[in-house]
Design a protein around this ligand. Structure first.
Ligand SMILES: [Zn+2]
Ligand SMILES: [Zn+2]
Length: 494
């Protein structure tokens, strides 16, 4: 055994007898426990520092250029970090970090050597760091070695800043590093904060990198769609920061109280937030509903695909359609028809083996953006959904603006994310065979389906709409558009 190994072996034996067991820890008071944690962490940092020094040395002795003499190659692994990973039992990421921290500590020793026993005794000082020799990163190395920055923060700062492109930019990097260290101390930055700030600084110090980085991120955008065995479809979407801001900002704003956003200021906003808090959907379900509602509404709205908006069709047999309509009406009157509930209607999307429920069918046909195709028992196509029941794109937009978003109380979704619900029950043709905007209201996809599923009904009284929910008093649906509030205040509307 080498003298170093012998020393460390003795240390480990001493540690074994010194380190506490569970029952000793349990007897400690709170403050004593915290003090112990501090001591142990300091010990761990010293051990981690030694591991890092060994790791960086192993990495150096594993360089590719060494050929057959490379330590890694002799051990049959690809890199020094992999060798460290095996020896320490850590993750490869941690092993690489140990190598990087080791390099930092070597730098510190070269720039400002101190005895190991002095480390941590000197008070932290920007002046000391400013006076150091060495390259631009020396202040980070020395601050980390002295315990003035955690190894995690030192490593994240170096990673975030990257390297100066040329000698001319080195002084600017050094000044930025010193400012950043001062920020870490004053602002008690977390490693994540420090990494973010360092990355932002890099963009300022190196404009070319900033351009290339933004382009690189944009180039990595991708969307993968995979159909799973159970019929669910997985979308794996990767977007650049700008696209994310455009997608996420409106969604976050509308679901804000559930996602931990800022508190609302007005009574109306607070009331809506309150209702959203009570929504039984999980945050993931709410997000999925909002995200898909925006997408679907965007496709349906004119402009994106022009005249050639691809239409989704749902095929259904006459028998199933009848069952679905009967069930829809039965839910609305909350009285089972004659001989108990009819068999549940089902319907089919093109190319999908998973059936839709009768309620999904009725909801889709109600909005009119999905075409229904009716087939008789022999498979003969009889009819497509009648045109007079469906709303035109212009009518849908007018309705959406009139309602100011989904009309369900507490629903945060804006006009762009709604579809149309036909107020007249399915199968009851309007007298004049034309559909007017007053025949419909705007509901988000979720609340529309929920209305049909739960047997809710909408009643129009002149220019107001009332929600009839089974077992509840009718409630008036209050439009969310400010213009409607103005007209009501001015007495134009009843
Ligand atoms: Zn509907
Ligand atoms: Zn809604």
């Amino acid at each position: 055994m080498t003298p170093i190994a012998e020393r460390v072996h003795e240390l480990a034996a001493a540690a074994d007898s010194a380190l506490p067991c569970a029952s000793e820890v349990a007897r400690l008071s709170g403050p004593d426990e915290l003090a112990l944690l501090g001591e142990l962490s300091a010990l761990r940092r010293r051990v981690d520092a030694s591991i890092a020094l060994v790791a960086s040395d192993i990495e150096r002795k594993s360089a590719h250029e060494l050929g057959a003499d490379s330590l890694a190659r002799k051990a049959g692994v690809r890199s020094g970090a992999e060798l460290v990973q095996k020896a320490t039992g850590s993750s490869l990421g941690d092993a690489k970090k140990a190598v990087r921290v080791g390099v930092m500590l070597e730098t510190a020793e070269a720039v400002a050597p101190v005895a190991a026993s002095d480390i941590g005794s000197e008070p932290r000082s920007i002046d000391v760091l400013s006076a150091l020799g060495g390259d631009w990163s020396a202040p980070i190395a020395v601050a980390t070695r002295n315990g003035w920055l955690s190894a995690e923060i030192g490593d994240r700062i170096l990673g975030g800043l990257g390297k100066p492109r040329d000698d001319a930019s080195t002084p600017a990097y050094r000044a930025a590093v010193l400012r950043l260290i001062a920020d870490c101390w004053e602002g008690e930055l977390t490693p994540e904060d420090a990494a973010r700030t360092a990355k932002a600084l890099r963009a300022v110090l190196d404009r070319d990198w900033a351009q290339q980085n933004a382009t690189r991120l944009y180039e990595r955008r991708s969307l993968k769609r995979s159909v799973r065995g159970d019929g669910m479809v997985k979308y794996d979407l990767l977007v650049d920061p700008l696209t994310d801001a455009q997608i996420w900002t409106p969604i976050f704003r509308h679901l804000s109280p559930r996602l931990g956003g800022p508190r609302f200021m007005t009574d109306e906003e607070r009331a809506r937030a309150e209702e959203l808090q009570q929504d039984a959907r999980s945050n993931e379900q709410l997000l999925a509903d909002a995200f898909t509602a925006f997408l679907i509404a965007g496709v349906t709205a004119s402009g994106v695909f022009g005249k050639y908006t691809p239409t989704v069709t749902i095929a259904v047999t006459t028998g199933d359609l009848k069952n679905a309509i009967t069930a829809d009406r039965a839910r609305q009157t909350s009285a089972p028809p004659g001989d108990g509930p009819p068999p549940a209607g089902i319907a089919w999307l093109d190319g999908k083996p998973e059936p839709l429920t009768g309620a999904q069918l009725i909801t889709a046909l109600c909005d009119g953006s999905i075409a229904g195709v009716l087939l008789d028992e022999t498979g003969q196509a009889l009819d497509a959904t009648k045109a007079e029941r469906t709303f035109s794109t212009r009518q849908r937009r007018a309705m959406a603006i009139r309602d100011g978003g989904c009309l369900m109380p507490g629903c945060p979704l804006p006009p762009d994310a709604t579809e149309a619900h036909h107020v007249n029950p399915w199968g009851e043709s309007p007298q004049n065979h034309t559909t007017e905007t007053k025949d419909g209201i705007s509901l988000c996809r979720f609340h529309h389906l929920n209305l049909h599923n739960m047997g809710g009904r909408i009643e129009r009284r002149v220019s107001t709409y009332w929600l009839h929910w089974p077992g509840k008093e009718p409630t008036r649906l209050v439009p969310k558009h400010a213009l409607i509030a103005q007209l009501r205040t001015e007495g134009e509307l009843t």
